[in-house]
Design a protein around this ligand. Structure first.
Ligand code: FMN
Length: 328
């Protein structure tokens, strides 16, 4: 039997399948199921600063008459925020008590100073690592790209300085120089990068003429190519781990990501549809490794990364080039 164990952010995983931050990792019953069906690790559903703020604002509006005094309002705001953070800490503690696989806390935040203190609380509650779900919408036309990039790097380096457990950042691919940003996060000492998040995409309901929920929050199995390319391009360039994410729906795609140099893979859509996919993916990996005579993942990980390819530039090609010889 090949050894499927993987090392990700200095954590020992029994296999490289991580359940991504999602409704599947938002309560203890589902987290238990993730472990029972074979997951290597779980990333808890993100705690969203934006969501907490808007919920607190709503509650403050409902209690307006009592909160006209500034001190009372501030007190109420802090207590309410604390409530949501405490709920998250409760889930984290429960998960750590009941699961034996690594549990990664996930934070989506905008206000760094608040969150650094919460990160410490998450670490004290037992989080094995912290994942930052980082997604600024650079919608202010007056802000230059270099400012957006610098903010992201400053943010990452402050968190890394404060945290005592490994830190990963889950990013999108829309940077003008993605390779430069990936390298920048690596230089700061970030332990892993998750490539890539699949962001919420708002839509419009044309009958009610209002904004509606995203047309399809779930990925399709064709969406993995962007992650595959960037993992192949960057895995030989950085010290940090790269975790593949988006469009990984089966074991074959996971094998491709490992060949490109990924340390682990996060899955969400496939697991939401059927959690037993974890086992199927591991079985596919195990059978493929046996067929090719590999006893551990390190025997083949990164074999098709750019740095190990004899012909350079294949992962960078952007156009379909017809072969000059032969028929089309
Ligand atoms: C319903 C739903 C909720 C999600 N919630 C979060 C979240 O709280 N934090 C986060 O970082 N990603 C969240 N994601 C994104 C997933 O973790 C994952 O990155 C994305 O779905 C791409 O992976 P997939 O192709 O395997 O689905 C969510 C995705 C879905 C479908």
């Amino acid at each position: 039997m090949p050894d499927l164990s993987a090392r990700y952010m200095s954590l020992d995983l029994r296999n490289p399948v991580i359940i991504a931050s999602s409704p599947l990792t938002a309560d203890i019953a589902n987290l238990r199921k993730c472990e029972e069906t074979g997951a290597g690790a779980v990333v808890l559903k993100s705690i969203f600063e934006e969501q907490i703020e808007s919920q607190v604002d709503r509650e403050m509006l409902q209690n307006e008459e009592y909160l006209s005094h500034a001190d009372a309002a501030l007190y109420f705001e802090n207590v309410s925020k604390g409530y949501y953070v405490n709920e998250y800490l409760k889930l984290l503690r429960e998960a750590k008590k009941e699961l034996s696989i690594p549990v990664i806390a996930s934070i989506n935040c905008t206000n760094l100073s608040t969150w650094v203190s919460y990160i410490k609380e998450f670490e004290n509650a037992g989080a094995d690592a912290i994942e930052l779900n980082y997604y600024p919408i650079a919608s202010a036309a007056s802000v230059e790209g270099r400012t957006v990039d610098r903010l992201a790097l400053d943010f990452a380096s402050k968190v890394k300085r404060e945290a005592s457990r490994p830190v990963s950042i889950k990013i999108g691919s829309r940077y003008s120089s993605l390779a430069n940003m990936i390298k920048g996060f690596d230089v700061i000492g970030i332990d892993a990068l998750v490539l890539f998040n699949r962001f919420y995409r708002p839509d419009i309901d044309i009958e009610s003429m209002t904004l509606s929920q995203a047309a399809n929050p779930l990925s399709s199995s064709h969406e993995y190519a962007e992650s595959l390319r960037w993992i192949a391009l960057m895995s030989g360039e950085v010290k940090c781990d790269l975790c593949a994410s988006t469009g990984i729906h089966d074991g074959e795609t996971m094998i491709k990501m490992l060949l490109a140099g990924a340390s682990a893979c996060q899955i969400c859509t496939a697991a939401l549809k059927d959690l037993s996919i974890i086992r199927t993916m591991c079985d596919t990996l195990s059978a493929w490794m046996s067929r090719h005579g590999f006893s551990s993942i390190s025997d083949f990980r990164g074999r098709l990364a750019q740095e190990n390819m004899e012909e350079t530039g294949l992962w960078e090609r952007t156009q379909y080039i017809k072969k000059l010889s032969g028929s089309n």
